[in-house]
Design a protein around this ligand. Structure first.
Ligand SMILES: O=C(O)[C@H](O)[C@H](O)COP(=O)(O)O
Ligand SMILES: [Mg+2]
Length: 268
């Protein structure tokens, strides 16, 4: 049985010991640094404190509503220095997504064109489903027909919920759920906790896993991601989705190494 996590809020000595074990911190974003546009108190100072100790910080989000360039803007606006650590562009052609011509109600002409296949691009080989604040029936219909034609079903992640403005909202898993219902199979999920994501991060940053710590608000994605990735540590925060009751008690499948009430508590 995994030992209970160490509660670090208010434990100056414990916090120092914990931080000293790691060279690299992987930070989940929603529910850890911020809730939507609300930056949590202490986030900026905590990240600066870690940087001043020579720690490398990597931001690892499942949130697909922004490109890395947009995240850089968000971090800049919030006073968090960061580089756009973009993997060299994969040169994968794509359609759909934020295309404004799809932001409308489906029409009888769309039904006919989708059914006849004339609205479908024959070169599409995969449907990638992520968090989409503009999801609609037209996009779902197109995705469904591509899947029916044999496209590979992928998801950025299948998170059930998204923390924003201090509450929970439908997550990317709720976006792919109608398609799962329609095609009767689950997508291959590429975000946390998939180790494909860990391998990509490690390939880019070349860190020693034993000296890295994953900080997150979700047990089933972030903390699991760190544990299954063989990282030296995992730290849960209580400002997002998971509650401490989820790891308290016997036989809990995912238990972080330590937890704090909020990220800012790492300042000691
Ligand atoms: O539904 C989603 O896509 C996720 O809940 C959301 O984007 C999580 O982002 P993260 O906590 O990984 O920054
Ligand atoms: Mg999160």
């Amino acid at each position: 049985m995994a030992p209970l996590p160490k509660y670090l809020t208010g434990d100056k000595e414990g916090i120092k010991k914990f931080i000293d074990q790691f060279d690299v911190f992987l930070f989940d974003c929603d529910g850890v640094l911020w809730s939507g546009d609300h930056l949590f108190e202490g986030t900026v100072d905590t990240l600066e404190m870690l940087r001043s100790k020579g720690k490398q910080l990597v931001f690892v989000t499942n949130n697909s509503t922004k490109s890395r360039a947009d995240y850089k803007k968000k971090l800049d606006a919030m006073g968090i220095p960061a580089k756009v650590h973009e993997l060299t562009s994969a040169h994968i052609p794509h359609l759909g997504g934020t295309d404004p011509t799809l932001l409308r109600a489906i029409t009888p002409a769309d039904h006919a064109a989708i059914a006849a296949g004339t609205a479908l691009d024959p070169s599409v080989g995969a449907v990638l489903c992520g968090l989409d604040f503009h999801l609609n029936y037209l996009k779902l219909s197109l995705a469904y027909h591509y899947l029916r034609r044999g496209a590979v079903f992928l998801a950025t992640n299948t998170d059930s919920s998204l923390p924003s403005a201090g509450a929970l909202f439908p997550g990317a898993g709720a976006v792919s759920a109608p398609l799962v219902k329609m095609v009767g199979r689950e997508p291959l999920s590429l975000g946390k906790p998939s180790q494909a994501m860990m391998d990509a991060i490690e390939g880019k940053f070349r860190f020693e896993r034993a000296r890295a710590c994953m900080v997150g608000d979700r047990l089933d994605t972030d903390i699991r991601f760190g544990i299954e990735g063989g990282l030296g540590g995992t730290l849960a925060v209580l400002t997002g989705v998971s509650r401490k009751e989820e790891w308290e008690g016997e036989g809990k499948p995912v238990v972080p190494m330590a937890y704090v009430d909020k990220l800012g508590d790492l300042r000691g």
